[in-house]
Design a protein around this ligand. Structure first.
Ligand SMILES: [Zn+2]
Length: 297
């Protein structure tokens, strides 16, 4: 295993985020921001990754696959891994029933299968939301990994299931189940910091790119120095990071990562498999794993 693994994860929401997350069904100017991601941003990012020969994982809602089939086909044809991000971009906890949530996830699987000929192995939930049923659905449908949970920052682990949060008692985090988590983080996501949205004061956008990229350099460098076998998952959106003034900064970040000895760009699927190989038994998984940074073997 490399000293550090970098998983660049593109959440290719395109228009779906404006429809389901921002309720903008009849507002074409809002849709146009997603169309930019599909028609312009995604192409720029594919070219940049090709230059570095850097693997990436594209988590694509079925809605994007069916709305923009050409660019999604190009993502697949150019060899990038495609994984699950809902069919809609609706938060799992907003469904009225387990059946409705599962139907959306199954529809998303079908869309990816139709595009790639393969079932997705991993799931990143829309807006990193889980319902009380999500984990069970993922297990039932044979998913092997998820990237939505923030228990850890740089160390993959097995997801804890069966949690309980009673109003009159202590929190019970549950027990590890057979889904590998590749840690997601709002701290390593471009959307909240850089995207102006008029309706949500906590998402005003316009954070300085320099400060945001500095945050990502600092996190990567700390992980590289302190966490053996760490996995750095960076979540980016083509409609956000694909803007002209951000591309050269992403280029420089890829260059910085590439210049470190013993660092590998990896698909999320490969990173999850590497963890599973080293830790084959979820029931043997121990809490102190999270704190034992120096565990290189
Ligand atoms: Zn998304």
């Amino acid at each position: 295993m490399s000293r550090a693994t970098v998983c660049i994860s593109y959440h290719f929401d395109a228009v779906s985020t404006w429809l389901w997350s921002y309720d903008s069904w009849d507002m074409p100017t809002r849709h146009s921001r997603g169309v930019f991601g599909a028609e312009i941003g995604a192409h720029r990012l594919l070219d940049l990754h090709d230059e570095y020969d850097a693997d990436a994982t594209w988590c694509i809602p079925g809605h994007t696959i069916e709305s923009f089939p050409e660019i999604c086909g190009e993502v697949a044809d150019r060899g990038y891994d495609i994984q699950h991000h809902g069919w809609t971009h609706r938060g799992p906890s907003t469904y009225e029933s387990r059946e409705a949530e599962q139907a959306d996830i199954e529809r998303g699987i079908d869309a990816i299968y139709d595009l790639t000929g393969e079932k997705p192995t991993g799931y990143a939930s829309p807006a990193w939301d889980f319902s009380e049923h999500t984990l069970e659905i993922l297990l039932d449908l044979g998913f092997e990994w998820d990237s939505s949970i923030m228990t850890s920052d740089f160390k993959p682990h097995y997801v804890y299931g069966g949690w309980e949060a009673p109003e009159d008692g202590a929190y019970d985090r549950g027990e590890p189940v057979d889904i590998v988590e590749l840690p997601a983080s709002w701290e390593r996501d471009d959307f909240p910091a850089l995207t102006y949205t008029w309706s949500r004061p906590h998402r005003m956008g316009y954070v300085s790119e320099d400060s945001l990229f500095r945050r990502w350099y600092d996190q990567f460098d700390w992980m590289y120095e302190h966490v053996d076998g760490g996995v750095f998952v960076l979540t980016l959106h083509p409609q956000v990071i694909g803007q002209a003034h951000r591309l050269q900064r992403l280029d420089a970040l890829l260059d910085h990562v590439s210049s470190k000895p013993d660092v590998a760009f990896s698909t999320m699927d490969e990173a999850a498999s590497a963890f599973r190989e080293k830790n084959p038994d979820p029931s043997a998984f121990r809490d102190d794993y999270f704190f034992s940074h120096r565990d290189r073997t």
